[in-house]
Design a protein around this ligand. Structure first.
Ligand SMILES: [Zn+2]
Length: 407
C-alpha cells in the first residue's frame, strides 16, 4: 500500500488535505487511476454521512432523487451541445459498435427523465436531485488529491419550473444552501453573473431572469457582488464562495437559470389553457463536487471532524486483556445505537494507545482498567482536552446523542 501513496515533500497548505487523508486513512491516490480517488473505509464513512445529510435535506425540501447512467450514446451529447463545446474533456467508449460518452455533466440525463412523460403545469416545479458521478479530463500535472480530480460526484439538481415560479424556487434554493453551509460552520459570499456578450434567447427573457435573481438576493438582504457579462451563455447565475477557517474562499455552490437546454431537448408541459409551454431549467449544486467539498472540509477542521462526521467516534482502550470483555460490552451497546466505536485490543501500553487516538483525531476515548470494570464506569478522554473524568455508559450515551445532533 505504501508505494501507492505519493510522498509528501512540499507541505503547502493546499496539500494539507492529502497529508490528512493519508494520516486519517480517508482516501488514496493510486497510479492505476490518476485523478480518480480511492475511498478508504474511514473516508467512505465521512462521504456517506455527507450524502445522507444531503439526501435528507433534499427530501424535506421537496426534491425527488434520480440516478442516470454514467455512459450514454454519443448522439445525446451532440444534441446537448457538449460534443461541440466540451468533447476534449470527455471520455468515450464503444459498445456494440456504438459510440458512447462517459457523462461530464448530469443535465441531459435529468432532461430525458423529465421528457419521459407528459407534464402538466400542476406538476411543476419538478425538482430532480442527483448525486451524479461525472468524469472530466484534467491534465495530469494539475491533479491534486481530492481538490482537482478526473472523476467526481456532483451534488446536482435540475428543476423544471414555470416562469412565475423562478423567484420562489431560487428563494428556496438560497435557503437550502444557507442551511447546508451553516451546518459545517462555513460563511460565504455571493456573486451574481449577468448576460455575456455572446448569449442565446431574447434580451427580454434575460432581463426578466436577472431581475428575478437580483430581487431574491435583495429580498434576502444578501451582500452580493455583480459580475457584469460573466453569466453562462444560456442564462444568468449566482455563485457561492465558501470561506474556510484559513481565510481562503472556494467556489462551491452555483444556481444557474437555463433557457437553452429546454429548447434543445424540446421540453414541454401543458399549460392551463391546454397549450404546450416551455419550462425553464434551473441547474444547481451546493457542495459543488463532493470530493472537493471533502478536501475543503478536511482542511477547514484540520481533520478534527465533529462527532456526526467522525469516521471513528470513540475508541475504547482496555489496559489489559482482563478488561476486554467489558470493553466489548460497552462497544456493543454504543454500536446498537448507531455509534462508530472501536476497541483497541492490542497488547500495548496505554500511553501508546492514547497517543494513537490523538493522532487519529478520534473525538473520544474511554480508558478501561480494574477500577472502571469494578464500578461499571468509563474514564473519558476528549480530543484536545484530555481526561474529562469518569462517566457511566448512560451519561456517555446522553452526551453523544446530544452532540451528534439530528438532521
Ligand atoms: Zn446541469
Amino acid at each position: 500500500m505504501k508505494n501507492h501513496f505519493k510522498e509528501e515533500t512540499n507541505m503547502s497548505v493546499e496539500m494539507n488535505h492529502r497529508k490528512l487523508g493519508q494520516q486519517l486513512e480517508l482516501f488514496a491516490s493510486m497510479e492505476e487511476a490518476p485523478g480518480m480517488p480511492f475511498f478508504l473505509p474511514n473516508g467512505m464513512v465521512l462521504r456517506n454521512e455527507l450524502e445522507s445529510y444531503w439526501k435528507r435535506k433534499h427530501q424535506l425540501a421537496g426534491y425527488q432523487e434520480i440516478k442516470t447512467p454514467f455512459m450514454m450514446k454519443q448522439e445525446l451529447w451532440e444534441q446537448s451541445g457538449h460534443w461541440d463545446h466540451y468533447h476534449e474533456n470527455m471520455y468515450f467508449s464503444n459498445v456494440d459498435e456504438q459510440n458512447y460518452a462517459i457523462k461530464p455533466m448530469n443535465c441531459p440525463g435529468a432532461i430525458l427523465i423529465f421528457n419521459s412523460k407528459r407534464r402538466s403545469y400542476r406538476e411543476l416545479p419538478v425538482r430532480y436531485a442527483e448525486l451524479g458521478l461525472v468524469h472530466r479530463h484534467e491534465l495530469s500535472g494539475s491533479l491534486n488529491g481530492l481538490l482537482r480530480v478526473r472523476s467526481f460526484t456532483q451534488d446536482d439538481a435540475h428543476l423544471f419550473v414555470r416562469e412565475d415560479q423562478i423567484e420562489s424556487e431560487i428563494d428556496k434554493i438560497l435557503d437550502l444552501i444557507h442551511e447546508v453551509y451553516s451546518k459545517f460552520g462555513f460563511s460565504y459570499k455571493v456573486e451574481l453573473s449577468t448576460r455575456p456578450v455572446k448569449f442565446i434567447g431574447s434580451p427580454e427573457k434575460w432581463e426578466q431572469a436577472e431581475k428575478a435573481l437580483e430581487s431574491v438576493l435583495q429580498k434576502k438582504d444578501f451582500n452580493y457582488q455583480v459580475n457584469e457579462g460573466d453569466g453562462a451563455f444560456y442564462g444568468p447565475k449566482i455563485d457561492f464562495h465558501i470561506l474556510d477557517s484559513l481565510g481562503r474562499s472556494w467556489q462551491c455552490g452555483t444556481v444557474q437559470l437555463d433557457f437553452q437546454m429546454p429548447e434543445k431537448f424540446d421540453c414541454q408541459y401543458i399549460g392551463e389553457d391546454n397549450k404546450p409551454l416551455r419550462p425553464i431549467m434551473i441547474h444547481r449544486a451546493i457542495y459543488g463536487s463532493l470530493e472537493r467539498f471533502m478536501a475543503i472540509l478536511i482542511e477547514h477542521v484540520a481533520g478534527e471532524f465533529p462527532l456526526w462526521l467522525a469516521p471513528i467516534q470513540a475508541k475504547i482502550l482496555p489496559i489489559s486483556d482482563a478488561h476486554l470483555e467489558y470493553a466489548y460490552e460497552v462497544q456493543g451497546q454504543l454500536q446498537a445505537l448507531g455509534f462508530r466505536v472501536e476497541v483497541d485490543n492490542r497488547v500495548e501500553k496505554i500511553g501508546l494507545k492514547i497517543r494513537e487516538v490523538e493522532l487519529q483525531k478520534v473525538p473520544y476515548a474511554f480508558v478501561v482498567g480494574d477500577k472502571e470494570v469494578e464500578k461499571g464506569m468509563l474514564a473519558v478522554r476528549k480530543r484536545k482536552e484530555g481526561n474529562i473524568g469518569e462517566m457511566s455508559l448512560e451519561q456517555i450515551i446522553n452526551k453523544f446523542e446530544k452532540e451528534r445532533g439530528s438532521y
